[in-house]
Ligand binder design. Structure first.
Ligand code: TYC
Length: 102
């Protein structure tokens, strides 16, 4: 590889990293109190799932402890987490929602 080729490889890598924002997973966590129907409603409202998909993900959280509900750029993930937590709190449910870098 010539010095010119090496320069091209390095510049391309820098550019690709600049154009791709870091993505964050949103997870819902299981608890013993939040009703299953409420979790299904959250998954439909905030993560645009249909009834069947939302029920599957809710049952995965219930049996495995948590599940990924979606993957978003940082500001969108952060807004969604706050909206879910506030919606649960306003309905007196202890549902927990967190984000993790992908
Ligand atoms: N474990 C809850 C129950 O038995 C249901 C539940 C599912 C709660 C998912 C939280 O993120 C959750 N009522």
């Amino acid at each position: 590889m010539t010095e010119k080729d090496l320069e091209t490889v390095i510049l391309t890598k820098d550019e690709s990293e600049l154009n791709v924002p870091p993505m964050y997973k949103i997870l819902l966590l299981n608890d013993d109190f939040t009703p299953m129907d409420f979790v299904v409603e959250v998954l439909r409202m905030f993560f645009s799932m249909d009834q069947e998909q939302a029920t599957q993900i809710m049952l995965k959280i219930h049996t495995e402890g948590s599940a990924v509900c979606g993957v978003y750029p940082c500001d969108i993930a952060s807004t969604k987490v706050n909206q879910v937590i506030e919606f649960a709190r306003s309905n007196q449910h202890p549902l927990r929602c967190v984000m993790e870098e992908n």
